[in-house]
Design a protein around this ligand. Structure first.
Ligand SMILES: [Zn+2]
Length: 261
């Protein structure tokens, strides 16, 4: 159930009597060209447990002239809130690039960081692909797609330097290990490197993919035991046995990508 109607400013007083839950938001913006001031006030009232009514009053002031516009929205709390959000955005955007609109945008912006880069063949292989890192709400997710592999199991690790210049990929150094732990399976009680992502498999066509998510990584934060920037992603010819030191005996490095911004 959802109704949306447009009236002239009268209903406010009647509604005020029924008011159980009121919320007033005043936003005022001025447009220097037309010198019109806009004031938005929103009152939310709880009608019963499943119905909420919101009254939006917009006051336009141009010099001496004052114009008022009233909109009433009624529905479930979820419906009303989402309608109010889109309505506020719409009204603020009509104002153009005002400070208020910019502020509103900034507030609603989520802090999502994304990095995407290519994996390039190493050690005479044809293994290439793409890697994407996404950081959201303190969690970093890796998604890698690799082609040109030999069918079967391959290890993938974060190595310590974003340097893929050498033909064998060894310029990227050893496994990224800022906590000085032994090599192992991710999450192992006996320890693991922060770069020990593990294994994935490639199909008969030589294509493989892996997704991996952790809150022990970050993209560009201050904590050097978590920061992925300046490291590298390495895909190996063989499988990580998750126990051999210092790197799981995974064989040659067949693809490399520097984690840089
Ligand atoms: Zn390792």
């Amino acid at each position: 159930m959802f109704t949306f109607s447009l009236n002239i400013a009268v209903m406010k007083k009647i509604n005020a009597l029924l008011c159980l839950l009121c919320l007033t938001l005043i936003v005022s913006c001025s447009d220097s060209k037309k010198e019109t001031q806009k004031e938005i006030s929103i009152e939310k009232k709880k009608i019963n447990d499943s119905l909420v009514k919101a009254t939006i009053v917009i006051k336009y002031t141009t010099g001496e002239e004052v114009k008022e516009e009233v909109q009433v929205i009624q529905g479930t709390p979820g419906e009303v809130n989402s309608k109010l959000d889109s309505y506020k955005k719409q009204v603020l955007h009509e104002q153009g690039e005002t400070a208020h609109a910019a502020h509103q945008e900034k507030q609603s912006q989520k802090t999502v960081k994304k990095l995407k880069f290519n994996l390039n063949p190493k050690s005479g292989s044809t293994a290439n692909g793409s890697v994407m890192f996404t950081e959201e709400n303190g969690q970093v997710t890796l998604e890698a797609h690799i082609n040109g592999l030999t069918p079967g199991t391959h290890a993938i690790h974060v190595h310590e330097k974003a340097d893929c210049s050498s033909e064998d990929g060894k310029s990227s150094g050893g496994h990224w290990n800022p906590t000085f732990a032994p090599h192992g399976a991710w999450g192992s009680e006996t320890g693991f490197h922060r770069g020990d992502i593990g294994n994935f498999s490639a199909d008969e066509s030589g294509h493989g993919m892996i997704t991996f998510s952790t809150d022990l990584w970050c993209i560009g934060c201050e904590d050097e035991t978590k920061n992925l920037l300046g490291k590298a992603i390495i895909v190996h010819q063989g499988e990580d046995d998750l126990s051999s030191q210092p790197s799981g005996a995974a064989g040659a490095r067949v693809s490399c990508a520097g984690i840089i911004q």
